[in-house]
Design a protein around this ligand. Structure first.
Ligand code: GCV
Length: 705
């Protein structure tokens, strides 16, 4: 549902404003300067004077005023009024935008309105009277940052919040500056919360020194509208308290958490609450004491409730049992529907396994009707080339949010099932696992910044298209000023649009499908080499390792065929979906090709919708993925005149590595699976250039290092 409601305004005047706006954007000169990417999509630009009127004063409003003054690109000397006033059509931090006013119920809303206005000026989008309400009440980053400064699945340096050593608890001016820049970037895209530490949480986070540092961070983030949350370890009362158990029904445990929560709120009065990974991958939880997830979550929820805090309780659970891993979260959480307090939100990963390049949506979405459910997306590219591959994730998230669950009839998309449109939930939220670290450009790969940006934009408006997000991001990140060392002639916008914006946008929009093609086409999943989740490892299955951590568990390749049978003849995970999906997924003839091997084990000679055999189709898809990356390289080389040297060279070298890796993926998977199919790789596609034995050996040697 598009939440922006265009209203009123004389049409001719409106059209004039649009034309003036676009005209101003078109006139912007392009002069190239070397850039290290630290300024993200908020790069300094040529601005005009503006007069800002605001009768109320607050730190957030002061920032809003400053942003307008520093970023104004509209008509010089225009007057803009910021009005904090109750308006029933505004939800949470929503705002009403007109050409000369920004009105909101909250100071945060004003700040978001300012950033929206500036974004429209910078990207040439029209400004007219509109109400813009956020899709989700809480739009939260999850940092998997450890207290020693490392980041689990982080590929862009060390934590910006935590470090070990003598100065672990010293808050420097440099720290504060970085936290402020981080907060500003988040505010500019509507993110309003952050969980500062890893879900694999150290109990120490709740000790005095860490809470003091958390307060220092929260104080810097607050004026930017960012609420602070922490991940907690369920066994904390036992580990750092004097309590003999962590049983959620034990009065001493309840008492310990109540006191701890009070201590936190004394330091941070607007603290958001806890994120909990319990009884998952070795983390402690209520089941250690024979209690359910609901009993564990509710105990924490009751402690937080007097202060307005919430619990985000993760549904990422799976045991080394015989039950298909894809089924386990649903099996465990569905019976608990209706048992959770209204300040508990169940945080569910987009897919039923684990952030794979492609998964169908988790069947929990829309199924839990009496419990608040929030999506968890992964911005850090754990399974999508980390900070080496250019993969724009907005297309994946758009596919996910627009997936129809059919739970309340046709059109019950994941977006509507989670944003309050269908089910009344006291709190709505969405989380993204951050890709941010201490690297100068924050995210490692210059294009990985686009994924942080896309998460924020979709969290604000879950109906935005990935095309629009890419368009905005490219304009703000590469448009505007530039200073081409080879040729200092100004670049015309029309020229830039055709020769840079369009091809780069297209490359971004194709990039996720390319990654799926060269890594795991046709519904294949989790066939990575051990643990690092980067390169291929369809062969990896050492003795003694949990079966559901090894690729053969997922691809099930044998001489008869390939794929995981999740129909009634297999694990029957398909039955967890609502009709018509259950039937659609269960029949290979109607199952979409993109999920075919997720739901079916099919013979190598199975005839696909394309008319090709499964084996041939697989070969073509792998090959296509490699060709797509080769095309990205050409695209990037061709846009050289329009990018500063620093970012051009950086991306060019990343794309070279991606092309090499894509080739390895194709060769490894095709040569490995060919041992079972015993069929030739179609003769019209490029031959493998790597030996299977070498790739397996390299993988083994790397692990032994
Ligand atoms: C934080 C996957 C990742 C783990 C991560 C886990 C989770 O298993 O590989 O690094 O742990 O998901 O989401 O809890």
């Amino acid at each position: 549902m598009d939440r922006t409601i265009g209203t009123m305004m004389n049409n001719t005047y409106k059209q004039m404003r649009i034309i003036i706006n676009i005209f101003i954007f078109l006139l912007l000169p392009f002069i190239l300067h070397a850039e290290d990417g630290h300024n993200l999509w908020l790069r300094a630009r040529e601005t005009a004077p503006v007069e800002v009127i605001c009768s109320k004063k607050s730190p957030t409003l002061r920032i809003a005023e400053q942003e307008l003054v520093q970023g104004w690109q509209g008509k010089p000397n225009e007057k803009i009024e910021l009005i904090v006033k109750n308006d029933k059509s505004l939800k949470n931090d929503g705002f009403r935008l007109t050409t000369n006013t920004i009105q909101a119920n909250t100071d945060r809303g004003i700040l978001y309105g300012v950033f929206e206005l500036l974004r429209r000026q910078q990207t040439g989008q029209p400004i007219y009277e509109q109400v813009c309400n956020p899709s989700y009440e809480r739009r939260i980053l999850n940092h998997w940052d450890n207290l020693d400064g490392t980041i689990e699945r982080g590929y862009a340096g060390r934590s910006i919040f935590w470090r070990k050593g003598a100065d672990a608890f010293v808050v420097t001016e440099t720290d504060k500056q970085l936290w402020q820049e981080y907060a500003r970037a988040n505010a500019s895209i509507g993110i309003n919360g952050t969980v500062l530490n890893n879900v694999n949480a150290s109990p120490s986070i709740l000790t005095a020194d860490y809470l003091k540092r958390t307060k220092a961070i929260a104080d810097v983030l607050r004026p930017y509208g960012i609420t602070t949350y922490l991940s907690i370890n369920f066994a904390s009362p036992q580990v750092i308290g004097e309590v003999k158990t962590a049983d959620p029904l034990n009065p001493d445990v309840v008492n310990w958490w109540e006191k701890k929560v009070k201590e936190i709120y004394d330091l941070i009065p607007d603290f958001g609450g806890f994120l909990v990974k319990a009884n998952s991958e070795g983390q402690p939880g209520p089941q250690d004491f024979g209690r359910s997830h609901a009993q564990g979550a509710n105990m924490l929820a009751d402690a937080l409730s007097p202060f307005g805090g919430i619990v985000m309780w993760r549904a990422f659970v799976y045991n080394p049992s015989d039950e298909d891993r894809a089924k386990q979260a649903y099996s465990e959480f569905m019976p608990l529907d209706g048992q959770f307090r209204d300040n508990v939100v169940i945080q569910v990963k987009n897919g039923p396994i684990d952030f794979q390049p492609r998964e169908p949506f988790s069947p929990l979405f829309g199924a839990m009707k009496k419990t608040a459910v929030m999506p968890e997306l992964q911005i850090t590219q754990e399974y999508l080339g980390q900070s080496v591959h250019l993969v724009f994730l907005a297309t994946m998230w758009e596919e996910f949010l627009k997936s129809d669950t059919y739970r309340s009839g046709k059109g019950s998309t994941v977006a509507y099932c989670t944003d309050g449109s269908i089910f009344p939930q006291k709190h709505t939220a969405i989380a993204g696992v951050a890709n941010i670290g201490s690297d100068v450009n924050w995210c490692g790969h210059p294009f990985a910044q686009a994924n942080w940006y896309a998460f924020g934009r979709l969290a604000w408006n879950n109906s935005l298209s990935s095309g629009q997000i890419a368009d905005e991001w490219v304009k703000q990140t590469f448009g505007g000023e530039s200073d081409n060392a080879e040729d200092s002639k100004p670049i015309l916008f029309a020229d830039w649009q055709v020769n840079f914006l369009q091809p780069v946008k297209q490359m971004m929009l194709n990039s996720r499908e390319a990654a799926v093609n060269y890594m795991m086409p046709l519904g294949l999943h989790h066939i990575f080499a051990a643990n690092h989740h980067y390169g291929p490892g369809p062969w990896w299955a050492p003795e003694g390792v949990r079966k559901d951590w090894t690729p053969p568990y997922y691809h099930q390749a044998d001489t008869n065929g390939i794929g995981f049978d999740r129909t009634a003849t297999g694990s029957n995970a398909a039955s967890q979906y609502h009709e018509p999906l259950r039937s659609l997924f269960s029949d290979p003839k109607t199952c979409p090709d993109i999920y075919l091997l997720w739901f079916h084990h099919l013979s190598w000679n199975y005839i696909m919708k394309s008319g090709r055999t499964l084996w041939n189709e697989m070969c073509y898809r792998y090959d296509k993925g490699v060709q797509q990356v080769r095309e990205f390289q050409k695209t990037w080389d061709e846009v050289k005149p329009y990018v500063d040297e620093e970012r051009f060279v950086h991306v060019q070298s990343k794309l070279r590595e991606q092309a090499i890796n894509a080739q390895v993926w194709k060769d490894a998977c095709l040569l490995y699976f060919q041992q079972f199919s015993k069929l030739p790789i179609p003769y019209d596609i490029e031959r493998p250039v790597n030996e299977l034995g070498d790739m397996v050996r390299k993988d083994r040697d790397r692990k032994n290092q």
